[in-house]
Ligand binder design. Structure first.
Ligand code: C2E
Ligand code: MG
Ligand code: MG
Length: 732
């Protein structure tokens, strides 16, 4: 429906439909004309609005949007040209088809000049008018679409520029000569160049000199397929600048460059033209630094900063190759500190660590610049001398090392004595393979240690057998336990005045199927190292308690049995339980059992160890300190632990003529003060016994009174004592 326009109160234009079909405004001062036009156009499913004069037309345009306007040129109130001008002023860009009876070409030109889109002359054929309207609308639609595409393009370009500039990577393009044509913002933070500064400059200006050769392949990359350069590592120079502090000059960053050639398609489908390259540069400085740190940590000991075992092996491998080429000898030494564990356990790890640092410094002093010093772990160091003339030269260095370490160290107010056991070997004489040399030198070092430490020992082929013996023992020990190959021997502990047996020390023996009776010195240290000592120790405890029960059943005199406890055994969580179970299973008084522990166990200062010992002592179990005098002999822990007995090490008893006895005297005095029972170990002759008696040492143990003996022999001895045939006492 359409309505003619009249007056202010009514709508000044008419609308044929409000749906969003193409909307046409028709402006003509002839009502019949307007009406026939409206019918014609409405029949084509257009929305039609009519206006009878220029003013009404503008009012309609102000109110709504049209897709096309049909405008008569000659109207009484306002010419069509006037309407066109007003449209321009209002910024309305609706296409206008001018309809006019004016024949002059001028008026058409004039209308077009004033912004009309098309011109149609009256009279026209209806289909001609409809075709023009439809064309105009089509063109209009195309224009709109075009605009949208344009807008989207602009948006996308903006978006891409944003992505490129905010990329964490430095992105660039080079021309075919290798000069920068584009760089993104990242270059400013990465290399400290302004973007403009780099444009036009050759890429080689930012490459770290040593990497120029590698960079050439990447920056001149012409390939654009999967073979193009990917993640090539190199260093880029930062802007040396003018006013930069000198320290910052020569600064570089490590990057990975991925580049690809850029080509332009030519007329012919198969021809392309090389334009330059496009590249992405990823800053990997942080990763690089992390890698270097990890690498350093993998190959160095963090405490001393020395190379570690892996690095030492590496050095040795290369030195062996070089020595072979030059026909030279090389020597390696492996050194282990003696009793370092005691220092660590008693004075704490802080002192231990400081000692290792001091030792490293002293060792360095013994070496030439070309020599390598490494820390293999714990208190074990290694020395590599890549060029020695002879075994003698290596021996001289080895002795120097031993002597240099023998000088006391002052650490945190303590004056500490440390010695080292040094193993040495020479290549190619002793071997030419790194691992073999290291292993052999370690064996030589163990040999030096087993001879009492503080010495140099060169590798000898015969040591190999002893060493493989060790490995064999470990396997055998586990089997021995299962096969019941262990036995306990008992050594009497007697009263020095009456000669009466006060107790027995239980000492383990191994009935080896091939080797016969094996002494504990040959396997206890290995059992301790490997942990087999734990089940072995538990067996000893059960066996000793069972033997006690047998003697009791036989009605023999009640004597205590001492059992040796290894540190590792004490550290097991259930240690107290295992002792108490052994006693209960045999219905024994706790006081019939004595546990022998060494000084070092107490000095380890492990809280839980102390708690266990206190728990056992309060249950009535006796505690003895074995080999007293060989460790730190500190009174401090004697008062802290519930100790019952001190066993004076046999080394002091052995030489009564020398100052041994004065130490025995001191220990006896110390024991008396603390109300402890004191036993002298290793009494072999009457002279020793007499001295001990003179010092009022009340108890003794040693070959003089009896060797460690089988349970059967010990039983006989107890029987003799019960029947008054006291052989032992007669000796005294
Ligand atoms: P230890 O506890 O100090 O035992 C004393 C060692 O001195 C025994 O050696 C004994 O035979 C020896 N001996 C006794 N009297 C004399 C003497 O007059 N002169 C000399 N020269 N030696 C004498 P053995 O039985 O070879 O034991 C050596 C070490 O093995 C023991 O030293 C002890 O530390 C350890 N051990 C022995 N049995 C066991 C055990 O069941 N468990 C643990 N953990 N260690 C054990
Ligand atoms: Mg003992
Ligand atoms: Mg002993």
């Amino acid at each position: 429906m359409s309505e003619p326009i009249s007056g202010e109160s009514k709508s000044s234009f008419s609308i044929s439909s409000l749906s969003r079909q193409p909307r046409v405004l028709m402006v003509d001062d002839e009502p019949q004309m307007l009406e026939s036009l409206r019918r014609l156009v409405e029949a084509q499913s257009y929305d039609v609005v009519t206006a009878g004069c220029g003013k009404d037309a503008l009012a309609a345009i102000d109110k709504m949007q049209f897709d096309v306007i049909l405008l008569d040129l000659n109207m009484p109130d306002m010419s069509g040209i006037g309407v066109l001008s007003s449209l321009t002023e209002r910024g309305v860009d609706t296409p206008v088809i001018v309809v006019s009876g004016d024949n002059a070409i001028d008026s058409a030109v004039n209308a077009l000049r004033h912004g009309a889109t098309d011109f149609i002359r009256k009279p026209y054929k209806p289909e001609e008018l409809l075709r023009r309207i439809s064309n105009t609308l089509n063109n209009r639609q195309l224009e709109k679409e075009n605009d949208q595409i344009q807008q989207r393009l602009q948006q996308s370009e903006k978006w891409h520029r944003f992505l490129v500039n905010t990329s964490p990577d430095f992105i660039y393009t080079l021309d075919s000569e290798g000069c920068f044509t584009f760089v993104n913002d990242r270059v400013e933070s990465l290399l400290e160049y302004k973007r403009d500064e780099l444009i036009g400059r050759h890429y080689s200006e930012i490459i770290f000199e040593e990497d120029l050769f590698r960079a050439e392949h990447v920056f001149n990359e012409r390939r654009s397929d999967s073979r193009a350069s990917r993640n090539v590592e190199m260093r880029l120079k930062c802007n040396p600048g003018n006013n930069r502090p000198r320290a910052m000059n020569g600064r570089f960053c490590t990057v990975e460059v991925t580049a690809t050639g850029i080509y332009e398609r030519q007329e012919s489908r198969f021809e392309t033209r090389f334009m330059g390259t496009y590249g992405v540069v990823k800053d990997i400085s942080d990763r690089k630094q992390a890698e270097e740190t990890v690498h350093y940590q993998t190959y160095h000991d963090l405490l001393t900063g020395l190379p570690n075992r892996a690095k030492f092996r590496d050095h040795l491998g290369r030195a062996l190759v070089s020595a072979k080429r030059k026909g030279q000898n090389l020597s390696i030494m492996i050194l282990d500190l003696d009793n370092f564990r005691v220092i660590n356990d008693s004075l704490g790890h802080g002192v231990g660590d400081e000692m290792l640092i001091h030792v490293a410094a002293r060792l360095r002093q013994c070496l030439k610049d070309e020599d390598v010093l490494a820390r293999l772990g714990g208190d074990e160091f290694a020395l590599l001398m890549p060029n020695v003339s002879s075994r003698l030269e290596s021996t001289v260095v080895g002795h120097k090392v031993v002597e240099e370490l023998n000088v006391p160290l002052k650490i945190k107010g303590h004056e500490l004595y440390i010695t080292a056991s040094v193993g040495a070997s020479i290549a190619p004489e002793d071997g030419a393979v790194a691992d073999t040399l290291i292993r052999q030198t370690e064996i030589a070092m163990y040999q030096a240690k087993s001879q009492g430490g503080c010495r140099l020992q060169f590798w000898q082929p015969a040591m190999q057998d002893a060493f493989s013996g060790r490995i064999q023992i470990e396997t055998d020990l586990r089997r021995a336990l299962a096969n019941d190959e262990f036995v306990l021997f008992y050594q009497p502990q007697v009263d020095t005045t009456s000669g009466a047996i006060k107790g027995f020390e239980a000492l383990i023996r191994w009935w080896h199927p091939d080797r016969g009776l094996v002494s504990p010195n040959a396997f206890i240290p290995i059992a301790e190292e490997t942990g087999v000592i734990v089940p072995i120790g538990e067996w000893v405890m059960r066996e000793a308690a069972a033997q006690q029960a047998v003697w009791r059943k036989l009605g023999l005199p009640q004597v205590k049995v001492s059992v040796n406890i290894s540190p590792r055994q004490l550290e097991t969580p259930d240690f107290v339980g295992s002792v108490m179970r052994a006693l209960e299973a045999n219905q024994l008084e706790p006081g019939s059992l004595e546990l022998e522990i060494t000084e070092s166990v107490l000095m380890r200062d492990v809280e839980s160890n102390a708690a266990k010992l206190v728990q056992l002592a309060s249950a009535g179990v006796l505690l003895a300190i074995d080999d007293f005098g060989t460790g730190y002999s500190s009174l401090k822990y004697l008062s802290r632990f519930p100790i019952h007995t001190l066993k004076i090490d046999r080394a002091f008893v052995k030489d009564p003529e020398r100052d041994g006895m004065s130490i025995v005297n001191a220990i006896i005095g110390m024991g008396r003060n603390l109300n402890l029972n004191v036993i002298a170990e290793g009494v072999e002759n009457i002279a020793q016994l007499e001295q001990l008696r003179a010092l009022n040492c009340e108890e003794a143990q040693g070959y003089l009174f009896g060797m460690p003996m089988s349970a059967l022999e010990a039983t006989k001895l107890l029987e003799q004592q019960m029947h008054g045939k006291d052989d032992v006492a007669k000796v005294g």
